[in-house]
Ligand binder design. Structure first.
Ligand code: ADP
Ligand code: MG
Length: 246
């Protein structure tokens, strides 16, 4: 359902993603792992076009865009593709002056022009799904990090994206709060939500993901099922990296 072909991202002379080719099936959950600076965040940001690839093709469902140096892609086309995705960030990034439920409703009302009542109903059901209905009217600052992240997940899911992208969703959290988030993401995975997550959290990767992509210095070194890449890595670099996570 997601296909990245010959994807390249440069910042000036620095090639941050180099000829990335990967496909992710509908209902699949993929963990992007690898050393810091390897390009995980940039890869996620190229999927939702927060970064514009310098070359290659991004496809999500039937939406497809091809990029080339000097080529022009319309902002309308970019938005159309971006709307196939929802994004969860390491630092939650909730709107501080909106309550939990307002955070979830915001995009539905302002971008998708849903009537308030319908948006509120959808937001409440999503807050319930992530175990946060009882905090619907709380301000973000009064919530724990784990609670904020669960609200952020509900917000990302509100417009029913084809894929949920998560950038280090548990990295800012103590282990106990990280577990809440792992549990919610695991539940979503069980319901068939397609997800791609960059993570250093072995517990998250091994409990929630089925597929692993190991990215180092902008190159996919190894990819495959979790059991293979974590249990029996084929490449020295993957072996060494996995050993550092344990
Ligand atoms: P990871 O998420 O795996 O730690 P990143 O995708 O954040 O890696 O970064 C990959 C490389 O891209 C790094 O060398 C980083 O310095 C560079 N990079 C990321 N964003 C930018 C940017 N906006 N401008 C210039 N270089 C960037
Ligand atoms: Mg990163």
């Amino acid at each position: 359902m997601i296909e990245l072909s010959n994807l390249e991202k440069r910042f000036g002379d620095n090639i941050v993603l180099n000829d990335i080719n990967v496909a992710m099936a509908e209902r699949s959950v993929t963990a992007l792992v690898g050393p810091s600076g390897g390009g995980k965040s940039t890869l996620l940001r190229c999927i939702n076009l927060l970064e514009i690839p310098t070359a290659g093709t991004v496809r999500i469902g039937s939406e497809r865009l091809t990029f080339q140096p000097g080529g022009k892609v319309s902002s309308g086309d970019i938005l159309k593709l971006r709307r196939q995705t929802g994004m969860v960030f390491q630092n939650f990034q909730l709107f501080p002056h909106r309550t939990a439920i307002e955070n979830v409703m915001e995009g539905l009302v302002t971008v998708l022009k849903w009537p308030e009542d319908r948006a509120r109903e959808r937001a409440l059901s999503l807050l319930e799904k992530v175990g946060m209905k009882h905090k619907a009217h709380a301000w973000p600052a009064t919530l724990s990090g784990g609670q904020q992240q669960r609200v952020a997940i509900a917000r990302a899911l509100a417009p029913s994206p084809r894929v949920l992208l998560c950038d280090e969703p548990t990295s800012a959290l103590d282990p106990e709060l990280a577990q809440e988030v792992v549990d919610v993401l695991g539940q979503l995975a069980g319901e068939g939500t397609t997800m791609v997550m960059a993570t250093h959290d072995l517990r998250l990767a091994s409990k929630v993901a089925r597929e692993v992509v190991f990215l180092e210095a902008g190159v996919i070194v190894e990819k495959g099922p979790v059991e293979t890449v974590f249990g029996n890595p084929q490449h020295q670099r993957t072996k060494r990296f996995i050993a550092t996570l344990r």
